[in-house]
Unconditional design. Structure first.
Length: 525
């Protein structure tokens, strides 16, 4: 069988002559028409390598794009390169100029999304099962670098640097002209290609005739290849020093000093903008606890919950709970999944009153406490992690070794789903003769908005327990709340009523099977 192609200048035409030798003569073999666009879509979904340069990529169909619709196919490779595919048959009138408008609209709708946003869309398109990071990791070559993947994908989404593919069964003259024009005028960050897929189906014979028109998509380069230079620590330091805002520079510099002090392993990224991941010891492994991206828009942090959860599910649950309380809930983007890698701009954190010390305390807790066995305190001693019933005294006098009380309104989020677990509100006296007041809503019950008077020492203990972030079981226990604000005394993670699986007798079991009393008759005395 012979396949013949024609070339015009630098462009490969989509005209393919598929010839078969019959009785000593070459005869043209006719192509088989696709029954519908879904058949064409299914071919690419099953084998992303049909798109030149996308061998080894993973695919999802019907990716929901906010404000636009469902993209036929999204392809992602291990370097985070994102390829968008829209399929059309010649019989569809939209194969003319409308399909190009569609693919550009999808690109516009995805630009600016965070990695976590895109991962959520991927999960919705996939309809359950493994998530984006597992899909890419499973398909990647040996030595897959999740930090390089997230760096590349983050840059693709932030800048809108996508590869666009219009897949058709037969190119029209008008579509060819549009693709040629766009290919001549688009810069290197955005590439567009027309992919013509012809099918020959006779009996058990199945042949595909693949032709491309437009720009060339290069296959992914190995991470260790010479074209993929990693950012060094000195380059990261220089980029931090060049940040225009002093508060941002100081914030990031403190995090870098913390990484150095804790002997965190530095792993430079490979993207266009300076980036790096920082690997701490957690549960006898070294996951990437956080990553730094120094883009033209400023410094961005990634709190790598998914990486920590891969090392230890308990540590991941704790990290998610603390990250939500410390950084993500204040900026309105709590993480709901243990596979999350939420990104947040340093400038946004600063605008919400989050300081670098809030994060370093959280990192210390995850890297230190998460390595201990359940029920073990930070210094390694075994014992009951809850406060004794009399630990919150009612003497009325201030306790000298505790800080002065301060009013607060603290919401504790579930480590399993990110929903509200409990709420603790300490209100200051409105007049010198009045008392401090506690409003508490726990997993099963509380005093709601009524408020109960508490002594000055109790107010001190509540402030010590809930006044600063991140919240830990050890400090929360000082408040002597019967349900410890929803914290499991073994997991050291808060859970909501759903994940405590509460029973009629006022007790419950956490997702890891640990029992706890959630007595609905709690009162603050």
């Amino acid at each position: 069988m012979l396949m013949e192609t024609c070339s015009i200048g630098d462009w490969r035409t989509a005209m393919a002559q598929v010839m078969e030798l019959v009785d000593g003569r070459w005869r043209r073999r006719r192509l088989t028409a696709f029954g519908n666009e879904r058949e064409l879509q299914a071919l690419i979904l099953a084998d992303p390598g049909l798109v030149p340069g996308c061998a080894g990529a993973v695919a999802v169909d019907e990716l929901p794009v906010p404000g636009v619709g469902s993209l036929d196919i999204a392809l992602v490779d291990e370097l985070g390169v994102l390829t968008l595919v829209e399929c059309k048959l010649r019989a569809n009138p939209q194969i003319r100029r409308e399909v190009v408008g569609q693919i550009l609209a999808y690109a516009s709708g995805l630009r600016g999304l965070t990695i976590e946003d895109f991962a959520d869309l991927w999960a919705r398109g996939r309809g359950g099962g493994k998530g984006l990071f597992d899909d890419v990791s499973d398909a990647a070559t040996a030595g897959f670098d999740d930090g390089a993947f997230r760096s590349g994908l983050g840059e693709s989404l932030s800048s809108g640097s996508f590869r666009l593919v219009v897949a058709v069964d037969e190119l029209t003259d008008e579509l060819t002209s549009i693709i040629e024009y766009l290919s001549d005028h688009l810069d290197g960050d955005v590439k567009i290609m027309a992919l013509e897929v012809g099918l020959i189906a006779e009996g058990e014979l199945r042949l595909l005739v693949i032709q491309t028109y437009g720009q060339t998509f290069e296959p992914p380069q190995p991470i260790s290849g010479p074209a993929r230079k990693r950012w060094g620590r000195s380059e990261i330091d220089s980029a931090v020093a060049a940040l225009p805002l002093q508060d941002e520079r100081e914030f990031v510099a403190l995090l870098l000093r913390h990484a150095d002090t804790n002997a965190a392993r530095f792993n430079g990224g490979v993207g266009q903008a300076p980036s790096a991941g920082f690997y701490y010891e957690v549960a006898d492994k070294r996951p990437s606890l956080w990553s730094l991206f120094l883009r033209p828009t400023g410094a961005t942090l990634s709190l790598n919950i998914g990486s920590v959860a891969n090392a230890s599910q308990a540590a991941g649950e704790r990290y998610r709970a603390q990250a939500n309380q410390t950084a993500l809930e204040p900026v309105g983007q709590p993480a709901h999944s243990l596979k999350a890698y939420p990104e947040v701009a340093v400038a946004t954190l600063l605008s919400k009153g989050v300081v670098a010390e809030d994060l370093t305390k959280m990192f210390d807790d995850i890297a230190g406490v998460a390595t201990a066995e359940p029920g073990t305190s930070r210094d390694g001693e075994q014992g009951d992690t809850t406060a004794s019933p009399g630990s919150m005294t009612d003497s009325g006098a201030p306790k000298k070794d505790l800080a002065a009380p301060a009013a607060f309104d603290r919401k504790i989020l579930c480590g399993a789903c990110g929903s509200l677990t409990s709420r603790v509100v300490l209100q200051a006296p409105s007049a010198p003769a009045e008392s401090w007041s506690l409003i508490y809503q726990g997993v099963m019950a509380g005093n709601r908005d009524r408020g109960d008077a508490v002594s000055l020492e109790q107010a001190q203990q509540l402030t010590e327990a809930f006044g600063a972030l991140p919240l830990t079981l050890e400090r929360v226990a000082l408040a002597n709340l019967h349900d410890d604000a929803g914290f499991c005394s073994e997991c050291a993670v808060p859970y909501c009523g759903v994940h405590w699986e509460g029973s009629h007798d006022g007790s419950g079991r956490c997702p890891r099977g640990h029992w706890k009393s959630l007595d609905p008759h709690w009162h603050p005395e």
